[in-house]
Ligand binder design. Sequence first.
Ligand SMILES: CSCC[C@H](NC(C)=O)C(=O)O
Ligand SMILES: [Zn+2]
Ligand SMILES: [Zn+2]
Length: 423
Amino acid sequence: MDIMLPEGDPERTGEKVRVQDPGEHPSVTLFREYLRLKTVQPEPNYDVAVRFLERIAAELGLGCQKVEVFPGRVVTIMTWQGTDPQLRSILLNSHTDVVPVFEEHWTHNPFEAFKDSQGNIYARGAQDMKCVSIQYIEAIRRLKAEGKRFPRTVHMTFVPDEEVGGCKGMELFVKRPEFQALNVGFTLDEGLANPTDAFTVFYGEKCVWWIKVKCEGNPGHGSQFIENTAAEKLNRVITSLLQFRESEKQRLKCDEHLTLGDVTSINMTMLSGGVSFNVVPSELSAAFDIRIPPTVNLQAFEEQLTVWCRAAGEGVTYKFYQKYMDQTVTCTEESDPWWKAFSGACRDMHMTLKCEIFPAATDSRFIRAAGHPALGFSPMNHTPVLLHDHNEYLNEQVFLRGIEIYACLLTSLASVPPLPVEG
Ligand SMILES: CSCC[C@H](NC(C)=O)C(=O)O
Ligand SMILES: [Zn+2]
Ligand SMILES: [Zn+2]
């Protein structure tokens, strides 16, 4: 249902304003409202998201704090105080930005949050990860309405710029005193959908390495057999890296116990150099996106890279554009109180969990590197993985079940008895 407000109306935001569809669950309506906010990279409208979140905090009677970690980059924190606020808190993190769209490939406007007859809600951010933000909020709304209180404080952080690497978002926030003051014990952040009945839980992430290999060689006329050209060297480098890529691909294919998170992936993503068809260039470069599992020895892997480059000839060097080195993983053993609380609640709900390493990079890496356990979990089973894809959608029933799941998880996590370190 759309109502166009007249020009000059104080409520007018320049966009259509929706009112509640009488048959729709209010949590779904709120989700769709959030999906319509254009927090899309590369120019996200963060102001509108912060105002939306402030409104919700006021509605729920939650403390709300804003931390500008970089000009124009605000982290919004909502806090539900526990009955024993000295205890370490539960942090529910989500990012507010979404990735760009190729609108011509979408069957519905990606910022309309169109719902079809089966209840599938189409929008950029439906899976990644505006669903999770609203599920956290709605779980807390429900628990509060039931009069629940828990010993541990629960914080929700809504951070900018995850989709562009988090360097003006979570990476800065974890270094701030306001983050220290949250006294984090355990964190939940984003995961991925799972098309089966199971839910995937990510207890660690692969390290991102972005390298550019530069090959220098002899220049000359394009009609000659010049010795030691940049192209011959680059060809050797590419062959070495892509052969390794193939062996890792086969290793993954041949072992059903392995997932993408367990093997090293390499992709050549950019090629550059050259000036003219008939000039043999003195320099050519190739860029590689490499993702390395936490079980791989990073020093040994870098040594292998240098061997490949040295073997390609003189004047072959590489430069890092991303070199993530922290390989911290979160404990998933029954002896761990946080895992016990998380997995125990899932067991009570008869959920099947699949524990994996996240194949890409999320803000969880900054939280783990800061010394706090974090699980990547988006409660979306029976759902194809559509993050960053065209026609990203989430079914409203799956979304609503996710709220129940978070309500149960929070009840368990925020009631974890004091740990030995908490006295
Ligand atoms: C190094 S920052 C890049 C972050 C991005 N995250 C996702 C989830 O796509 C990635 O893994 O490429
Ligand atoms: Zn995300
Ligand atoms: Zn994303």
